[in-house]
Design a protein around this ligand. Sequence first.
Ligand code: WQD
Length: 342
Amino acid sequence: MNKLVLVTGGTGYIGSHTVVELMNEGFDIVIIDNLSNSEKSVLDGISEITGRRPYFEQFDLCDKERVHNFFKIYRKVSAVIHFAAYKAVGESVEKPLMYYQNNLISLLNLLQAMEDFKVHQLVFSSSGTVYGEPDELPVTENSPVKKATSPYGNTKQISEEIISDTIKSGYELNAISLRYFNPIGAHHSALIGELPRGVPNNLVPFITQTAYGIRDQLKVFGDDYNTPDGFAIRDYINVVDLAKAHVISIKRLLEKKNKTNFEVFNLGTGKGSSVMEVIDSFQKVTGVKLNYKIVGRRAGDTEAIYANTDLSEKELGWKAGIGLNETLQSAWEWEKQYQNNS
Ligand code: WQD
């Protein structure tokens, strides 16, 4: 009998790629998603890749009663991966209440239901933004969690504290918090990928939409940072590499190999790339000339951050393997496939 894993936000970008890797590893999947930032057609892509269709329940995790009733029906859930959250740094600065309400209430409802129905394994989708503006680079899991530079990052910090406090209260919960850096790219099949609603907040989907002609011009936010080329630096990690780390984490919990009941791991490549390096790399691998304009900095942005991934490599036996060029190519292939078939 295959283990059943609940993936909240499973039709989203990272969620859908993780569902594919989990199904490839023989897990059965049930997705909860309210489709606020994804499309139901993602299920078709997952099915085409894996040959199986995950169970799907469409509702908002902020609806406490719906969450409770879900676990009444799906009694066999053995573990949960919680992705469902709003995640745009810039947008969170403009709409903080929407971010605190959605990201925190959904987690609280999920944790309460897990306690009520004795589901003890949780992988939480966290973020490198919990480190704020780091004092030293690369950041390790022991780097100070500083005041978040955006409400989005703050919701991730608060969420980790909620999980930690729940565990300290004696609730039998084993959790792994995965702190992502900047997930980019798409599955090599180009059947699933990043699908931002409306105008993309993130760099790479804005690049691919500009390259395709949907956006007239990419705005580059700031060239006056204290970095080698003046542009902000991030750790861009391939979304499939990221997804595989979730499978390893779920197995770690189910096989009781976790060393403490609340573990935290950085998921990055360990290498920083500037915005301009990403633009140059995209133009080189795709042959597409990008129309971009350098403008002022974006509120909430940090100057530079990239991960030390030694702990993930040591404890999870995981390391990102797909490079920036190949990842940007996959993002472009996905954009073309999606637009050509829309
Ligand atoms: C990257 C860089 C922008 C858009 C993301 C996710 C967040 C979290 C961390 C997982 C910055 C610049 C962007 C544009 C630009 N991931 N940029 N023009 O802000 O690091 O946050 O990764 O938890 O959920 O949002 O990513 O792609 O928005 O920005 O110049 O049109 O690209 O200023 O330097 P960010 P991003």
